[in-house]
Design a protein around this ligand. Structure first.
Ligand code: SAM
Length: 218
């Protein structure tokens, strides 16, 4: 993703009611924040929030947490929610919060068995071999997911990048994950029903790219 500095984004994020600021203090207590025991789904690398905002809207009985590394990107998701907030007194989507952080530290933020589902949508490919461990489906990241997910949990990964997808399928197999869904053409598959398109998915499927999907559990 090309990043442009957005002046004032750090300050706006620091004040936003849609962002959790003391995320490490919340470890093991996320249900208290939502005020219920509903399942918790997270999206890592949520970008401008198109997918997670629509997911939260469609599924009020699921709690969502969107994680994004860059303020200049996260601010766009916050702006979408703020537009709705300005036109009504009620906070929109009480089942959705954002965190600005690098997912590398995810185990400091979520406890064992705290997360039910992890979405990785159009993750950065890190094409050079020496950066392979930064890919969100590398063995190092899969290990982190095991440490925060329930045994029944799932990781869903979508991308148009075939090299990254091949790497991710191999990574899942090498690390002994179970593959439940694997398609290289999501939009023309049985798994497309109810699919929520991400911003990148709209863009790249619009250019004729096929979308890969893998759903795995440990
Ligand atoms: N998921 C969105 C979509 O499908 O439209 C955005 C995809 S964009 C290519 C990848 C996003 O992941 C970027 O916004 C990037 O900043 C974020 N990201 C990459 N690595 C990350 C990490 N380690 N922790 C948190 N966010 C990360």
């Amino acid at each position: 993703m090309r990043l442009r500095n957005v002046p004032g984004s750090r300050e706006a994020i620091a004040e936003s009611i849609f962002v959790v600021h003391d995320e490490e203090q919340m470890k093991g207590k996320w249900h208290e924040l939502f005020g219920n025991d509903n399942p918790i789904h997270i999206e890592i690398g949520m970008g401008k929030g198109t997918f997670i905002i629509e997911s939260a809207r469609r599924n009020p009985n699921i709690n969502y947490i969107g994680i994004e590394k860059y303020s200049s990107v996260l601010i766009r998701a916050i702006e979408k929610l703020e537009q709705e907030y300005n036109s009504s007194d009620e906070r929109p989507l009480k089942n959705l919060f954002f965190i600005r952080m690098d997912a590398e530290y995810i185990e400091n933020v979520f406890d064992k068995d705290e997360i039910d589902y992890i979405y990785l949508n159009f993750s950065d490919p890190w094409p050079k071999d020496r950066n392979a461990k930064r890919r969100l489906t590398s063995g190092r990241f899969l290990e982190r997911y095991i440490n925060i997910m329930k045994p029944s949990g799932r990781v869903a990964f979508k991308t148009d990048n075939n090299e990254l997808f091949d790497f991710s399928v191999d990574s899942a197999k090498e690390n002994n994950w179970n593959i439940h869904v694997l398609t290289r053409d999501l939009h023309n598959s049985e798994y497309n029903e109810g699919n929520i398109m991400t911003e990148y998915e709209k863009k790249f499927s619009g250019l004729g790219h096929k979308i890969n999907l893998m759903i795995i559990s440990y």
